[in-house]
Write a protein that binds this ligand. Structure first.
Ligand SMILES: Cc1cc2nc3c(=O)[nH]c(=O)nc-3n(C[C@H](O)[C@H](O)[C@H](O)COP(=O)(O)OP(=O)(O)OC[C@H]3O[C@@H](n4cnc5c(N)ncnc54)[C@H](O)[C@@H]3O)c2cc1C
Length: 239
C-alpha cells in the first residue's frame, strides 16, 4: 500500500452526523472546517486515532460540491482503538484526516464495463464509484459483488436495490461466506472471486476494481488473469 503521507496536509473536519448502522458498523458524515479534501471516487483518506496513529478509510460518497464526506467504520468489540476513536469523536465533534490516497479510482474516459468486488466495508469505495456512474448516467455497465461473512454484515442492504431501479445497467450480487441460515433467493453463498469467474468465464474487455484484504486481492488477480483480464484493467491499492 503506497502513499505519500509525509507530503499530505492534515485537515480538520467537523462531525456532522454519526449513525449506528448495525451493531458493528458506524456511518460518519464529516465536513471541512477550513481546507477541503479533493478526491476521486474510489480513493481513501487516513484518520488520526487518539493514539496518534493514522488508519485508512475509504470515502463512501462520490465527491460533492459541499465537500461533505461519508465514512463507513467497522468497529468490533475487540478493536479498542476504533472504539476509543468513536467515543472520542462523540465528545470532541472533530477529526483530523490526511489524503487523498490511492490509485484505484473511477476514470470517466474508460468505456469498459466495470466489475466491483467489495469485501465488508470495501462496500464504501464501491458505493462512491456507483454513485459517480449513476450521476454521469453514461450507460456504462457496472456489476457489484458485495461479500460479507454473515447476513447481518450487509449494513446497507437496501441501497443496491435502489440503484437497480435508478440505473438499468447496474447489476448486483450479494454473497455471504458463512451462511447460518438455510438459503435465501437473493443472496449467494461462497467467495466473491469464485462467483465472478463463474458468471464471467471471459473477463477480457472488462475493468475490475477490488476493495478488500490483501490476501483476497492477490488471489483475485491470479484467477482473473487466467480468465483473460489484462493486468492494467485490474485496479486495487493493495498490491
Ligand atoms: C485502503 C484501505 C481502506 C480501508 N477502508 C476502510 C473503511 O472504509 N472502513 C473500515 O472500517 N475499514 C477500512 N479499512 C480497514 C481499516 O483501516 C483496518 O481496520 C485497519 O487498517 C486495521 O487493519 P487490518 O489488518 O485489521 O485490516 P485489513 O485486513 O487490511 O482489512 C480489514 C477490512 O478492511 C476492509 N477494507 C480493505 N480494503 C478496503 C477498502 N479499500 N475500502 C474499504 N474497506 C476496505 C475490508 O472489509 C477488510 O475485511 C481500510 C483499509 C485499507 C488498507
Amino acid at each position: 500500500l503506497q502513499d505519500n503521507q509525509q507530503n499530505s496536509k492534515r485537515l480538520q473536519y467537523h462531525i456532522s452526523s454519526i449513525n449506528q448502522l448495525t451493531e458493528n458498523h458506524v456511518q460518519l458524515w464529516i465536513e471541512p472546517i477550513d481546507k477541503k479534501l479533493l478526491y476521486q471516487a474510489g480513493q481513501y483518506l487516513k484518520i488520526r486515532y487518539p493514539n496518534d496513529e493514522f488508519f485508512p478509510f475509504s470515502m463512501a460518497n462520490a465527491p460533492t460540491t459541499d465537500h461533505r464526506i461519508e465514512l463507513h467504520i467497522r468497529s468490533l468489540a475487540n478493536d479498542a482503538n476504533t472504539l476509543q476513536f468513536i467515543e472520542n469523536v462523540k465528545t470532541t465533534g472533530q477529526i483530523t484526516i490526511t489524503g487523498p490516497f490511492g490509485q484505484s479510482y473511477f476514470q470517466k474516459n474508460n468505456p469498459l464495463p466495470i466489475i466491483l468486488l467489495a469485501a465488508g466495508t470495501g462496500f464504501a469505495p464501491a458505493k462512491a464509484i456507483v454513485e459517480e456512474i449513476i450521476r454521469e448516467n453514461a450507460g456504462r455497465k457496472v456489476h457489484l459483488y458485495w461479500g460479507v461473512r454473515e447476513l447481518k454484515d450487509f449494513y446497507f442492504a437496501s441501497l443496491p436495490e435502489i440503484w437497480k431501479k435508478d440505473y438499468r445497467q447496474f447489476f448486483y450480487t450479494a454473497v455471504i461466506s458463512r451462511p447460518n441460515i438455510p438459503s435465501l433467493s437473493h443472496v449467494k453463498t461462497g467467495q466473491i472471486i469464485d462467483l465472478v469467474t463463474s458468471d464471467y468465464l471471459d473477463l477480457s474487455g472488462h475493468q475490475i476494481f477490488i476493495f478488500g484484504p490483501e490476501q483476497m486481492v492477490a488471489m483475485a488477480l491470479k484467477q482473473f488473469i487466467l480468465h483473460g483480464l489484462t493486468r492494467d484493467q485490474f485496479r486495487s491499492d493493495m498490491l
